[in-house]
Unconditional design. Structure first.
Length: 222
């Protein structure tokens, strides 16, 4: 099945470059481009893409606000945040807004295509090692201002002991295969646990599960 992609970036060269790279992939179709966050929200409604490549720093409406609106209005579109990583302190906020992961702007054609495929398939951040670094770093921000939705407060008490264990390992950046190896069970069993965790906590994907684990203090930064 062809993955439909919308590229949202205020730099024309970035949009065109990513469009050319992704357009060369037989299983990916670039269905449109957006020049800012507001345009991205509108184009998602019009084009119904599977994945949105979303820049953070854009005029009129930034990528965080656009991500929040897209996720709230359309459960099908997955947002993959574009970042330079070393200076985007807003990446953590984007994940909390509902982004399914992030991609470095200097990614290779293969990394770009693989990232789109991973997010379209319902997976989360691209590299477990980067997941740990990212969430550890940004979970330290705004400790006093961070508030979980009331429905989630204490919700991890509904998880079984094994599900809680799996949630912690997700937050530590382990893949399903790595978790299965750690717990000495089949990978299919871990997939079942992950699905139940998401349903019980009312979360969208593994990314939000990892963020939840840090905010619920199940995992400590560092």
């Amino acid at each position: 099945m062809t993955i439909r992609v919308l590229i949202a970036d205020d730099q024309m060269m970035v949009r065109e470059g990513f469009s050319v790279l992704l357009g060369a992939m037989p299983d990916i179709e670039v269905v449109g481009e957006a020049v800012n966050g507001r345009d991205a929200v509108r184009r998602v409604r019009e084009l119904a893409p599977d994945v949105v490549l979303m820049d953070i720093r854009m005029p009129e409406m930034n990528g965080i606000e656009a991500t929040r609106e897209i996720v709230a209005a359309d459960g099908a579109a997955k947002v993959l945040v574009l970042t330079t990583f070393d200076l985007d302190e807003y990446v953590y906020q984007a994940l909390r807004a509902g982004a399914s992961g992030f991609l470095l702007k200097d990614a290779s054609a293969r990394q770009l295509a693989d990232g789109v495929r991973v997010v379209a398939a319902g997976e989360a951040l691209l590299a477990p090692s980067v997941t740990r670094r990212l969430i550890t770093e940004f979970s330290k921000l705004s400790e006093t201002s961070r508030v979980m939705p009331t429905a989630q407060q204490g919700a991890y008490g509904d998880l079984t002991e094994r599900e809680t264990e799996v949630l912690v390992l997700i937050a530590q950046g382990l893949s399903n295969g790595e978790i299965a190896e750690r717990l000495v069970v089949a990978e299919s069993t871990i997939k079942t646990h992950v699905s139940r965790i998401l349903v019980k906590l009312g979360l969208r994907d593994r990314t939000q599960a990892a963020v939840f684990a840090y905010e619920a203090r199940l995992v400590r930064p560092g």
